[in-house]
Structure formats: structure tokens, C-alpha cells
Design a binder for this molecule. Structure first.
Ligand code: COA
Length: 570
């Protein structure tokens, strides 16, 4: 089938659907919904059998939905309508929510229903629910949709509010006054909920210490408190602990409200001028998995397996985060374990160097240089670990240097449905993280070149087929974690563990003799130095556009289907 993805942005969900449909043999093309003439042109040129909209905030031009089958993925239960579905579901504390695939119609979200599915809600941000539960459910619905389209007899169900299974309703756009935090009346749970319902967009606007800021990244705090609401109690790893009427909460990120464009930064950076005398709580080197309060890095052990979690906001790893993670990695490596598992974070495994931190630096080129060297030091430590087996457990998506960092591990396992973006060129970078060593070693030189030049997302089926990952585990979290533990325990218990380590050491020393790691790094960094410091590089412009979320003026060429040989004759 020819499927055109009509999307506002080619986001994680769209990337996953793209990869899955492509792996099933469908022909895929993408068009961004922002420009009506481009959409009309894409439809007439590609002549799709189905226009699928996994993430669309724009209206579909009338003559397109009237003449073609257009199906929209709506992050809400049957009958739910409006642009703030998940926001309302969080605020109203729904125990269960859902996703619905509905046909485009004159009225927004009121078309016939092709498929619908529920998911249990979790105390998490809107973006986290979207990246995990909504994305997994949507992927299943798209499979159902494709099966139903294949059965010519299937008729979608009209939306009927008299039907008792239709529980949703039309909800208004949730504006800032509806999100407002009343610091003198709202308890911690209410404030957490309000911030989560607006995270990652638009954030909750509030006034703190005379500044108007949007809040993101809310975490509970169980010990600190006892001060007047809004009092800053402590900072840790850039997050700020703020007193509430019944305790305190952590806020990890803020964005200043201003007429000039702004972007998210660690809360303690944004409010730095007001935090004199506020204690900075140094994070322990290896905090336990269940340690209270806000911690980006956590560690747990089961038998001879160590699990190192690094839950950095948006998977972005700034210079100091890379250094802290390196120290934690080294500390974990000194423990009496056989297998060390890099777990990444809840929503992302890693997305490489921190483009927002770099944008905020006095000298972005210098900060880029420090950041890439800091992440390289970490990757080098992983590559040189000779007394343990290392496992990258990709429970969430990884991109750019983050995806390459995973390949430094001996084993790479992925949760079903995870999307990898093992490339840098869309950011105008050559890349480092020793990718010129790790990527061809797994997929061969030719495929390494294709992956890094095509700049397309890679789903788990393709990643497994290419050898980018060694094993794909179940998608549902509890099953994934159970299978991961079994997998790592089997590695640790392996009778051949000693000989595996010896083989690993031998391969490393042969590789080193052929082409030293230092040489890979030097060659990559020479290219990166050019990207950071030379006038003909696009990196600083592309990074600025990414950080400030400048919409592309056209669909990137790489996402548009180009028939290799023949034009369709109908
Ligand atoms: N630095 C800072 N922020 C980053 C980031 C990075 N390296 N990678 C992702 N983010 C942020 C995005 O700005 C976005 O923030 P928001 O939700 O607060 O607005 C959030 O993470 C999610 O990213 P998004 O692009 O919406 O996710 P996606 O699933 O659509 O795409 C990627 C994933 C990895 C393809 C895309 O985020 C990307 O290209 N990131 C940059 C990777 C990179 O070039 N790193 C530097 C070289 S190592």
C-alpha cells in the first residue's frame, strides 16, 4: 500500500509508524502539514492509498479528506475531542485513557472510528505518556487499521454519543488560566499534576521570585519542606526544590517568559540570580535506584549484574552530566559484578550532547568541544572495560551520539518499538563518540555510510536485521524488565564467561593494533572541530533552529518517497 504520513512534525510516534509500515513492505512518504500547497502537491504526486496522520495539529485541506481516505491518530478515548486530550486526562486523574484512529471529517475528531484502544495512566508527564503508552497503543491501532483496510468489508463506526462505550466529550483547549498554580492553596500532588499536564508543552506559567517562568520536569520530594510555599529549599543537578503548603516538589527545567524567543534550561540556571544561599545538594556518586528525591543517575545490583540508570531530561547529556556519568560508570565498574548494564532514562536512552546547554553557553563552539570530549571520555571508558561484559539496554529511543554510545557496549538489546536515529548530519555534524569504530564493526562500512547519510529512523526489526542490536525484548515494561534481567543474568552465569572476556580482550587488542582508538577519536574530532569552528559549517544555524524550534519551511527531501525505477501506471 502507498501510505502518506501527513504530520505536523516527524516526531517519535511518526518515526515509529514509518519504520514499522516500511518494514512490512508498504511504500512510505512523508509531508509536513504546515504548508497547504505542499500537502496538495505531495498527495497528487504520491497518489497514496491511505493518508495517515499520527501527529497532526493542522487541518487537512477539505478537498483532500473529501476525496481520499485520511485517518487521524487521536490521543484520546472514543468521543474525546479537542487539542488538550492528555492534559485533561492528567488533570482529571483518569485511571485509564486511550487512543483512537478516526477518519478525517468536517468536524475535528468527530469522524468514523476505525480502531480504538485503552492504556492505564501513570503519574508522569504528558510527553512521557505520549512517548510510551500513546505511542505503543497507536502502533497497535495502525496495525489493526492496515488489517481492516485489507478486509474490504470492514466499515468504520460512526461516532455516536448515545453509545454507552463512547465516554469522551469535546474539551476546550487548556489555556494558562486553567493551568494556574495557586501556591497558597494547591498541595504538592496538585502542583505535580498541573506541571505534568503541561510538560513538555506549553509548560505552566508561574511567577517565582519576581520572574515569570514556565515549569517543566516535576518530581516529588518526600523529606524537605516546612517552609513558606514557593521558598527555594535546595538545588541538585540543576533542579530546584520549591516549598509547597504540604512539603516540597522538584522542578528540573524552566523557560523564561519573554517577548524574545526562549528555550528550556535547568531551573537553577534560569533562577540563578535569586538562589544565593540556597544549598546545593551534591548528588551521591551511585545513588540507589529507590533513593528519595530528584536524582538523574541511579544504580542497582542484582546478583552479579549492575544496572546504571541515567535519566537525563530529553536524553540530552551536557558536559557535567557526561562527567558525572563517567564517574558513576567507573564506580560501578569497581564493584564486584560481571555484567554492567547501561539503562538510559525513562523516556530516552540518550540523544547525545546537550544542544540547549551549548546554545546557552557564552561560547557555543567551545562548549560543543568540551561536551563532545566529555561524552567521548565516557564512551572510551565503556570501550576499554575489559573485566566485565557491558550491555546497552535500550528501553527508550536513542539518537545521534546517544545511539552511537550504545554501540560501544558488548551487547545491545532493545525494547520492541524503540526507534534509533544513528546519524548526525541533520544537525550539521560529522559526529564522534567513536562511531567510526563501533558502527562499521556492527553493520559494515557500506551500511554505516547509508545509515549516517540517509538520516532515517531505524525501528527494532530493521535494527535487529542489520545487527545494530543483538536482541529485541518485549514492549510492555514489566515484561521487558523481566526479560532484560534474565538476559543479563544468563550472561553473568555463563560457564564461558571467562573465555568471553578473553575473546573480548583479544578482539580489542587486535583492533587496537590495526587502528588505535586514539586515532579514531583524533580523526572524528578533526572533522568536529571544523563543524564547531569553521564559517562554512551549518551546525550553529541548525542547532539554533532546533533549540528554538524553528519549523522547517518544507518537508526534508530524505522523507519524501522517490520511486527507484518505475512510475506507477495505476
Ligand atoms: N539536546 C537538547 N535537547 C534535545 C536533544 C539534544 N541532543 N535531543 C532531543 N532534545 C529535546 C528536543 O528539543 C525536545 O524537547 P522538548 O520536548 O522539550 O521540546 C525533546 O528532546 C524531544 O525531542 P524531539 O526532537 O521532539 O524527539 P523526536 O523523537 O521527534 O526526535 C531525535 C528524536 C533524536 C531525532 C531528535 O530529538 C534530534 O535530532 N535530536 C538532536 C540529536 C543531536 O543532534 N544530538 C547532537 C549530536 S550528538
Amino acid at each position: 500500500m502507498r501510505v502518506l504520513l501527513l504530520v505536523t512534525a516527524f516526531n517519535g510516534l511518526s518515526q515509529r509508524i514509518y519504520g514499522e509500515l516500511k518494514a512490512q513492505g508498504h511504500q512510505l512518504s512523508v509531508v509536513l502539514g504546515g504548508h497547504e500547497s505542499e500537502v496538495c502537491q505531495a498527495v497528487s504526486q504520491f497518489d497514496p492509498d491511505l493518508i495517515l496522520c499520527p501527529f497532526l495539529k493542522h487541518r487537512i485541506p477539505d478537498d483532500i479528506w473529501q476525496q481520499r481516505l485520511c485517518v487521524i491518530i487521536h490521543p484520546g478515548i472514543q468521543g474525546d475531542r479537542g487539542p488538550s486530550s492528555l492534559d485533561w486526562a492528567i488533570i482529571e486523574q483518569q485511571a485509564e485513557w486511550g487512543v483512537t484512529a478516526l477518519q478525517a471529517d468536517a468536524e475535528m475528531d468527530a469522524g468514523d472510528i476505525w480502531a480504538t484502544g485503552p492504556f492505564p495512566m501513570r503519574p508522569a508527564s504528558k510527553a512521557s505518556l505520549y512517548r510510551r503508552e500513546v505511542t505503543a497503543t497507536a502502533s497497535k491501532l495502525v496495525q489493526q487499521l492496515m488489517e481492516r483496510l485489507a478486509h474490504k468489508g470492514f466499515r468504520p463506526e460512526p461516532l455516536d454519543y448515545q453509545d454507552p462505550k463512547v465516554q469522551g466529550e469535546l474539551k476546550p483547549l487548556m489555556k494558562q488560566p486553567m493551568r494556574r498554580i495557586d501556591w497558597l492553596a494547591d498541595d504538592s500532588d496538585t502542583i505535580l499534576r498541573k506541571i505534568r499536564a503541561a510538560d513538555s508543552f506549553p509548560g505552566v506559567l508561574t511567577e517565582l521570585y519576581g520572574e515569570l517562568v514556565y515549569l517543566y520536569g516535576a518530581h516529588p520530594e518526600n523529606e524537605l519542606g516546612g517552609a513558606l510555599p514557593k521558598t527555594p529549599l535546595a538545588t541538585r543537578e540543576g533542579a530546584l526544590c520549591i516549598a509547597t503548603i504540604d512539603g516540597a516538589i522538584w522542578v528540573s527545567h524552566m523557560k523564561r517568559k519573554s517577548d524574545a524567543p526562549q528555550f528550556k534550561l535547568p531551573a537553577a540556571w534560569v533562577l540563578k540570580a535569586h538562589l544565593d544561599g540556597v544549598p546545593e545538594l551534591a548528588p551521591p556518586l551511585l545513588p540507589a535506584k529507590d533513593a528519595p528525591g530528584y536524582q538523574q543517575i541511579r544504580y542497582e545490583e542484582q546478583g552479579e549484574v549492575g544496572y546504571l540508570h541515567f535519566d537525563f531530561h530529553n536524553g540530552a547529556m551536557g558536559t557535567s552530566q557526561c562527567r558525572r556519568l563517567l564517574h558513576a560508570y567507573q564506580a560501578a565498574s569497581r564493584r564486584n559484578i560481571r555484567v554492567l548494564v547501561l539503562m538510559g532514562g525513562e523516556d530516552f536512552w540518550s540523544n547525545g550532547i546537550h544542544l540547549n546547554h551549548i546554545e546557552a553557553a557564552d561560547n557555543p563552539a567551545d562548549e560543543s568541544w568540551r561536551n563532545i570530549n566529555a561524552i567521548n571520555d565516557l564512551v572510551k571508558a565503556i570501550l576499554l572495560t575489559d573485566d566485565k561484559l557491558t550491555v546497552a539496554a535500550l528501553g527508550a529511543n536513542a539518537g545521534a551520539g546517544g545511539a552511537m554510545m550504545a554501540l560501544a557496549c558488548d551487547q545491545v538489546v532493545a525494547r520492541e518499538g524503540v526507534v534509533l536515529n544513528p546519524h548526525y548530519q541533520t544537525m550539521g555534524l560529522y559526529g564522534s563518540e567513536y562511531w567510526t569504530y563501533s558502527l562499521p564493526k556492527r553493520v559494515g562500512e557500506a551500511m554505516a555510510r547509508r545509515l549516517t547519510e540517509a538520516c532515517l529512523p531505524v525501528g527494532t526489526a530493521q535494527a535487529l536485521a542489520l545487527g545494530l542490536v543483538d536482541k529485541v525484548l518485549s514492549e510492555a515494561r514489566p515484561r521487558y524488565l523481566g526479560e532484560l534481567i534474565d538476559y543479563c543474568q544468563t550472561l553473568a552465569d555463563d560457564q564461558q564467561f571467562g573465555s568471553r572476556l578473553r575473546a573480548k580482550a583479544q578482539t580489542r587488542s587486535l583492533d587496537e593494533a590495526q587502528h588505535p582508538l586514539a586515532e579514531y577519536r583524533r580523526q572524528e574530532l578533526t572533522r568536529m572541530h571544523h563543524c564547531f569552528y569553521e564559517a562554512d559549517s551549518d551546525y550553529h544555524r541548525l542547532r539554533r533552529e532546533f533549540v528554538y524550534k524553528v519549523c522547517p519551511c518544507a518537508t526534508p527531501e530524505r522523507l519524501v518517497y522517490r520511486s527507484p525505477l518505475v512510475e506507477r501506471t495505476g
